[in-house]
Design a protein around this ligand. Sequence first.
Ligand code: F0G
Length: 357
Amino acid sequence: MNLKSTRWNGVIDHYARFLPVTDATPVVSLSEGNTPLIRADNFVTAIGGNFELWLKYEGLNPTCSFKDRGMTLAVSKAKERGAKVVICASTGNTSASAAAYAARAGMKCVVLIPEGKIALGKLAQALMYGATTVSVRGNFDAALRIVRELGETGLVEVVNSINPVRIEGQKTAAFEICDQLGRAPDFHFLPVGNAGNITAYWRGFREYLAAGLSDRLPRLFGFQAAGAAPLVDGAPVLHPHTVASAINIGCPASWDGAIAARDESNGCIDKVTDEEILTAYRLIARTDGIFVEPACAAPLAGLTRCVREGRIPAGSVITATMTGHGLKDPDNAIKTAGYEPFVVDATREAVMQVIGL
Ligand code: F0G
């Protein structure tokens, strides 16, 4: 017998030739990547569209968000340089990911989070992985400013996406989409916060085309929340606010990268209201069984609006990144579901009465 292992060893192992690594790089991996691309026909029908929609379900990464793709590279490179401490500011997912990979690398991790403004699951992750968790009385932008200043001391390794290797790792999601579809999509939709990911996707799609591994470039459609839409409004937002806490950012670090991705791809960056976000958030769970965190619903709300405005040609192939898992944010899920559990006596009759039999 000639059995071949199909084990997946993470994005550095799989896409090494596109990444800034050498044989000397100590790879710190949790087998991130290789997430499913799930077709969501019921959602398309529900919003009145006539196209293929494929969701890149990044919530199935090891810490349940897309951040693991960049973090495996950032922590591996930090280890290669002999760093002892990694630090980041975060709306929750970067901190969860940094904490996990630092734990695995035997490094100290410090995370700065905006007090009271991150989802419960993400806080649980940072604490559980053992990161020194600092709740800052201020927003994400203030926390990132402090992290930048601490980075300049040279005492800590910053693993926010201002560290360029984060973007390098995250571009592997675009590679996987092309590999899974057997082509590049016509459109790619995604949420935009600090704008690292839209920058990374554009780089990934271009590099795959240049390598002859895909046949076209998609138009990138990014969506911000209306209360935190600096790229759409054209100026930083001093007091950003949205139910989608992951993208509650007023001054994105990768501002220029996002604008370049938009313009070079003939795409757009637009904003959607919290109400539109919550509607799409619940709808995708109900129509297709895909539970995401609220930020992921921003591009779905944007797509809904694009359909209404007749902007999507029939037969298009569309992909969208579902950046984080729904279980990250149980508070919003329970508030948005619209139901509460039925409480009954422990009898068959009582249960039958509830279900109407
Ligand atoms: N979706 C989720 C679930 C996120 O956590 C983030 C960013 C984004 C979308 C936006 O991606 O910043 O590359 O434009 N979260 C960062 C964090 C800011 O700290 O976890 P982006």
